[in-house]
Write a protein that binds this ligand. Sequence first.
Ligand SMILES: *Cc1c(COP(=O)(O)O)cnc(C)c1O
Length: 392
Amino acid sequence: MKKNHPETDAIRIQLERSDFMEHSAPVYLSSSFVFEDAEDMRASFAEEKDRILYSRYSNPNTSEWIEKVARMEGAEAGFAFASGMAAVYSTLAALLDSGDHILASRSVFGSTHTLLTQIFPKWNIDHSYFRFDRLEEAEALIRPNTRILYAESPTNPGVDILDLEALGKLAKKHGLLLVIDNCFATPYLQQPIRFGADLVIHSGTKLMDGQGRVLAGITVGSHDLIDRVYRFARITGPALSPFHAWLLSKSMETLPVRVDRHCDNALKVAEFLSAHPKVNWVKYPFLKSHPQYDLARKQMKAGGCVVAFEVAGGVEGGRTFFDHIRLLSLSANLGDTRSIVTHPASTTHSKLSAEERAESGITDGMVRISVGLEHPEDICADLGQALDHVGG
Ligand SMILES: *Cc1c(COP(=O)(O)O)cnc(C)c1O
């Protein structure tokens, strides 16, 4: 039989039905699972059979969600975590040893930056950064002890695009593992494994749940690499709760339709802002003015839900804008049904020095909008009236 499209599998992959023949999967809020007899118990612990023992290791709901994400990403296996950062930390910690070096794009999520600069050095794991727009400089930063090449695309919050195919080739040439945080794109818009990524990480907190209710993370890749991640994670304990896995698995069923609408709305918001006199610049991957528009078109199906722009009038203009927002939420999350405006310089990226922010393309006046699923005219109307209050 012809293989289903990943969108179909995201709806139809399902746990085996119980005797009740339920249509929608139940939640398995069970910390442990029972053995039939002494031999079953021994063989299960000896890993002679693949079965669910204990929810820190695996759980039916978690397995269902993982299978859906792996299918959409074109991966063989995965492990689910209690947050996106648990996924980033555990994946890197599982694969790196003391004395290793990681080469990362400078434009990474704020907490990932802190992990690389403050946590990993405690175990003598060093890092170097390359600039997202100077990939040609990355090769010279590879050392004999470099093990991992790490990047996000589109980046948070600047929605800059990194060339995944070029990163894949660089990793292959030097025998590095390419790890991509694909959170902003979702597996529906972009599949980094197609371009040579070895492992793909997501914060499930964002578009995957999409409704602002869940904290979760996931890493997918080959059986061998995921087995290494699994062996680290089942001991250190960052597992996702079955209830949240259940929510996420249901959310995957609507991911493609939700993300399509997020992208349509975001493009409309980006076009609206581009024409507004109180806006200095706008960046959105599928806006023709984006410096890497062609690259975005090549590796993504659509532009995602995040639009970055700069309000005129510097810090004062920004404050006026935020204080006049009425409908949209002032919050630090993204990928929610509700549109959210954030000021990265004073929130998510406040731990970076001014110089580090500049290198990451974050200006003081930059605003990040996570465009939600409200009617786009209402989103634009709120942004417009808030911008009209900006002086100058
Ligand atoms: C939010 C985010 C994370 C961290 O996810 P949490 O679920 O908040 O721990 C990692 N990477 C990117 C790109 C993110 O946007």
